[in-house]
Design a protein around this ligand. Structure first.
Ligand code: NI
Length: 186
């Protein structure tokens, strides 16, 4: 089932998401709905707060970048109760977008490497290092679990420049090919 995506300005996007345990009801359905929602909106990642659930679950599918980045060819994964335990390396500036912030793309500065702990959908724990584009996609989705959105990470000047556009999104004045829920739509 394709779920509507919560837009910038929605309170659920600003909460710190909670860990879940293995008996979380219908988790497999939730995960498959998240993959379906992400694909239908042509996203490469989707975090549970974006579909209105404040839990530490996100999905990624960056296989579309497989031609460009060899390590992303099979990068299709679920991350549960993830924690980034270390970040290092050069800070790199690269354009990002977000399904909750439609039609805005801005350069975001992020460190190049991360080490993280997470559970897979069988609740098996993993510890893994990610670098480059894979790290960036994870960092972006992980931020959603912490109530952080990519516009927060822009310079004060850039923030000022997109303020009106962000307000329009919160007010539902944006057209998307996918369904959205707006916090203050009149
Ligand atoms: Ni996002």
């Amino acid at each position: 089932m394709i779920l509507p995506v919560y837009a910038y300005g929605s309170p659920v996007l600003r909460k710190i998401a909670s860990d879940i345990d293995a008996d979380f009801p219908e988790l497999d359905i939730l995960i498959s709905n998240m993959f379906e929602t992400m694909r239908s909106s042509e996203g490469v990642g989707l975090a549970a707060p974006q579909i209105g659930k404040s839990i530490r679950v996100f999905v990624v599918d960056a296989s579309v970048y497989g031609e460009e980045y060899e390590d992303l060819k099979d990068f299709r994964k679920v991350f549960i109760n993830a924690r980034i335990i270390e970040e290092w390396g050069d800070e790199e500036l690269l354009s990002e977008g977000c399904l909750s912030v439609p039609k805005i793309h801005e350069d975001v500065l992020r460190k190049s490497s991360i080490r993280m702990k997470y559970l897979d959908e069988q609740f098996v724990e993993h510890e893994k290092v990610y670098e480059g584009m894979a790290a960036r996609i994870i960092q972006h989705e992980y931020d959603h679990l912490e109530g952080i959105m990519f516009p927060d990470k822009l310079s004060p000047l850039k923030k000022r420049l997109i303020k009106g556009k962000l307000r329009d999104i919160s007010n539902g004045k944006v057209n998307t090919s996918y369904k959205m829920i707006f916090p203050t739509k009149k």
